[in-house]
Write a protein that binds this ligand. Sequence first.
Ligand code: SF4
Length: 226
Amino acid sequence: MTTRTTGAQRFVPPAGGLERLREAASDCEGCPLFQAAERTVFGAGDERSRVVVVGEQPGSVEDHEGRPYADEAGELLDGALEQAGIDPAQVYRTYAVKHYKFVRVGTTTHGASVGRRVRLKPSRGEREACRPWLLAELNTIDPELVICLGGTAAHSLLGAEFQVSAHRGVVHLLAAPELRRNLRVMVTMRPESVARLRESDRRDAFAEFLVDLRHAAEMLRHGTAA
Ligand code: SF4
């Protein structure tokens, strides 16, 4: 079964808080990704959060459990936030694309693939289809800072030409017509990428991740980019 990528906008309720958005997103068919995944993984956290972190998409664990950053990468993210001086309880976690995109590899039984699920990067069309949910979350929460974790999240908010490696850790002002006010956005790496490194490489990558998050913490303390 296939479905055209028509976008999520027609599923987004015009008003209401996060609960209303979450409920509506559970029925979203704005792109074909809802067909294979178990569920929509909507954002989680307090509506008054000061910070919103935006990842790429849920993984296999999140698809099962229905909450963002439920895996090892989530533990790493929480640990890094704490070390940087940002209270994880004040952080709302969400994804640029809210259904898990994957391919099954390995075993085939009776013609059906039942092997393990391996993540696939969302396409530009899938990212754009899902963007209305992210903008609705940002308009509802109105955070002091948005932290994009990796390229997909950065491209969703800052445009397809944005280069993560050239602008990591820098605070940008996002002015989108769909947003009720301009928002500060910082881009750093995906915690999933750090978590899967070998121990020796992970230490260095984690240190770089911390530098960016400490910059974010400094901005939150003083209200400006350090
Ligand atoms: S990925 Fe986003 S746009 Fe596509 S079906 Fe899921 S919630 Fe809707």
